[in-house]
Structures are given as C-alpha cells and as structure tokens.
Design a protein around this ligand. Structure first.
Ligand code: S3P
Length: 439
C-alpha cells in the first residue's frame, strides 16, 4: 500500500466492538530480548507492521531463527546474550527509530562488525543521543556527521563495555533502552537518569526474562532512573502483546468527535507511562471508561469504552509529554473539535519523529481550514473549527496519515490522503477498520 492515496469522508457514527493491533514498542522488544535469551520465546498478538518486521529481519541476519506461523504469532529461538553472529550485510531498519536505537545499544556489546541504516527519515533523525553515551561506555561507532546520523557502523570488540551512570537531557525510552541494553554487556551496574519518566516496557520485559533492574521509587527525591546489572542469564518467555494504546488513540478521538459514536476497544495496554492520552481526553470531556483491568505478561491491560462527547480545549506540557508523545498528532485533531484553545508545549521532540510532526500537522491541517499556531516546542490550536475536505500528505509518517484520516471524518466533503500506505508501519488494516466501524 506504500505511496497509495486513500479518500476518506465521514459516513456516520462509529459503532463497534473491536481490538487494535499489538503494541509496537512491546512487539519490538519481545523479538530483541527473545533473541538475546536462551531458549524459545513465543510471542502472541505480535504487531505485523513494517517496523516490527524490520526488527525480525535484522535478527535473522544475525543468525537467529525466527518463524512466524501466523501474521501475529512469532517464535524466536534465542541463542543467549553471546549468541548473535556477524551479519553478512548491512542491517536495514526501514522507518523504525526503535529498531535503530535499541540495536545500536545491543550491537555495541557484540564481538563483531555491523552497519545499521534505514530510510530517508531514519537517516535524517538524531542518533548522537545514543552514540554519545555508548561511546562513553567504550563502544566504537562511526557514522555520518560525526556519528550523529545513520548509517552507523559499530565495531564491537567483545570486551565488556564500561558501565556508566548517564543523565540524558531528553526523556526518551529509546535512549534509555539503548544504554540499558549496552549495560547487559557492561562491567558493572549501568544507570540511566532522565528528566521525566519515559515508557518502561524495557524494564518490565527484561525483568521478566531474568535481568536485575532497579527503578526509582521516589522520584521527587531520587529523580527518574533505571539501573541494570550486567551479564544476566536471560530465559525465553511466552509473551502476549497488549493492543497498542497509540493505535487505539485514533479511535478514542474518532468516537469522541463523531456524534452518536460508541466503541468498545478490547485488550488495550494501559501502562501508566503510556496512558497520558486517556487522562487528557478525559480532562477535555471525553467519555472513556476502563473495564476488565488486568495484568498480561507484566503489562496492565483494559477494555476501553468510549462515547461521543463535547470537548473543551486544554493545556498539555511537562511530565505528561513522554506519556503521550506519539498521541499528539491525534490530540491536535481532538483540539480542533473542542471549545476554546488547546496549547501544547515542551514537545520539541515532535520535530525529530518520523517527520517534523509540528510543521507537518500545522501545514496539512491548515489545508483543511484549521487555525494552528506553531511554536518551537508545540502548537496552539483554535477549537470549534469547520474543516473542509482537501488533498493532504502524510509525508510518509504513519501517525500523520491516521490523524488526517480522523480529521477527514468531521470535515465537509471528502479528503484525499496522499501516501496513506504509511499506516502499515503501526496499524495495518487501519482504513478498512475505520470503514467497518461506520457501517
Ligand atoms: C518508543 C519510544 C518513543 C516513541 C516511539 C517508540 C519505544 O520514542 O515515540 O514511537 O519503543 O521505545 P522516544 O522514547 O525516543 O521519545
């Protein structure tokens, strides 16, 4: 579907009872940690999106046997921490920042040479934020622009890396995870400190595989940190991946803003480091209830029931940002339908995601008649806007494509989304799901 144009228009209320595809962050980690563990890891409800398929392809190139009996079921025959083999060719991460950054951490601890690259977007995204701390640990990494941009070449020695205590200026699970994964190959305890808590799937899942990890319990005194002990024995696990809250978010907003809608989205991951979208939508007036709350494979999961409601503008910033960083494109659409202004600040990270999401969102939503003011670290969105159908571009960014599709549901006339195939990165079947819910 890559490059394809899709036409979207509102066909009426969204009604239904559904699940969304598996969580992208958790699917990546299950393949990576399963490859580094001893024995078999069985993954259910794996996300068969392009990004996670890139992770599988990379580990296969390093000699790991990975089978996929069905699209959402993956079996990894792990070879242990020291079981990866030198890849015979460049490792291509496609569009996936998580694959790129976490693998740079893993590869830093290997006794072999490897090269990582990806698509145009990946090769323009900042990698110095991981190569700098990894070099401090003794890793040899070369890359474009003084190893700040991919392709990156990692010349591993197999000697233990130096354990470090590192404070990252950006709250990022990708940076934190890259360092913790390198810390598996360290000569002691590696600690990562961050200004706000980022998603903690790495800590939860690596602990389940047998690693010893400590996280701050009293952040107001100790700040946010995660520490890992080196060279644990990781044991293969059975993992059931929860539905991706970042994919559910598009439907939570769609059902909130399209009148007379009601959806039950089952089996959604509601990890407290990821559930900022629910908190903010509820503060804006959305009707969202959580039922059937439970823990699955160490992750909190619930069914979400959402009904249409009238929304109010809000202010988003600070600690909340890492808890909803991927949901800001769709929150911008919710804000367009809310009464009053919505102000988003402290979100400069949006400029270095799959696209510059501040510039692209403002530019594309303006084509539909929106009034949005850009800030270096966010935007101000005027609410209660009449949107008109238009021809808009995803710029190859999956979350922009989906946010524009939801905006199209409340616009007059039809909207053509160019390069809509980008949705396959995280939500294969997004457009058919949307259509089904409107029938
Ligand atoms: C991810 C972390 C987030 C998020 C990305 C997935 C992960 O990035 O935006 O989609 O799987 O660790 P940062 O933590 O770098 O902000």
């Amino acid at each position: 579907m890559q490059g394809q144009d899709v036409v979207v228009k509102g066909l009426g209320p969204l009604q239904g009872d559904l699940t969304v595809p598996g969580d992208k962050s958790i699917s990546h980690r299950a393949v990576m940690f399963g490859s580094l563990a001893k024995g078999q890891t069985r993954i259910k409800n794996f996300l068969p999106g392009q990004d996670c398929l890139s992770t599988i392809a990379c580990f296969r190139k390093m000699g790991i046997a990975i089978s996929q009996p069905t699209a959402t079921e993956v079996i990894v025959q792990g070879q242990g921490l020291q079981g990866l083999q030198e890849p015979g060719d460049v490792l291509d991460v496609g569009n996936s920042g998580t694959t790129m950054r976490l693998m740079t951490g893993i590869l830093s601890g290997q006794p072999f040479f490897s090269v990582l690259t990806g698509d145009d977007s990946i090769r323009s995204r900042p990698m110095g934020r991981v190569t700098e701390p990894l070099k401090k640990m003794g890793a040899t990494i070369l890359g474009r622009q003084d190893s700040k941009k991919a392709p990156l070449a990692v010349a591993g020695t197999g000697r233990p890396l130096q354990a470090i205590d590192y404070s990252t200026p950006v709250a990022s699970a990708q940076i934190k995870s890259a360092i913790l994964l390198a810390g598996l190959y360290g000569d002691g305890i590696t600690t990562v400190r961050e200004p706000h808590r980022s998603r903690d799937h790495t800590e939860r899942m690596l602990t389940a595989f047998g690693a010893t990890i400590r996280q701050s319990t009293n952040p107001s005194v100790e700040g946010f940190f995660s520490s890992i002990e080196s060279f644990p024995t990781l044991q293969g696990q059975d993992i059931e991946v929860p539905g991706d809250i970042s994919s559910a978010a598009f439907l939570l907003v769609a059902a909130s803003i399209v009148p007379q809608s009601q959806l039950r989205i089952r089996n959604v991951g509601v990890n407290p480091t990821r559930d900022g979208i629910i908190e903010v939508l509820q503060a804006m007036g959305s009707s969202i209830q959580q039922e059937n709350e439970r823990i699955v494979a160490g992750e909190p999961v619930a069914d979400l029931i959402v009904k249409s409601a009238s929304l109010q503008g809000t202010t988003i910033g600070g600690d909340l940002i890492p808890r909803l960083i991927d949901e800001i494109p769709i929150l911008a659409v919710a804000a367009l339908c809310a009464q009053g202004k919505t102000v988003i600040r402290d979100a400069a990270e949006l400029r270095v995601k799959e696209s510059d999401r501040i510039a692209v969102l403002a530019g594309e939503l303006r084509k539909m008649g929106a009034t949005i003011e850009e800030h270096p670290d966010g935007m101000t969105i005027c609410g209660f806007q009449r949107l008109q159908g238009a021809t808009v571009e995803s710029k190859g960014d999956h979350r922009i494509a989906m946010a524009l599709a939801i905006a199209a549901l409340v616009a007059e006339g039809s909207t053509t989304i160019q390069d809509a195939g980008a949705v396959d990165v995280s939500f294969p079947g997004f457009f058919s799901t949307l259509k089904l819910l409107q029938q």
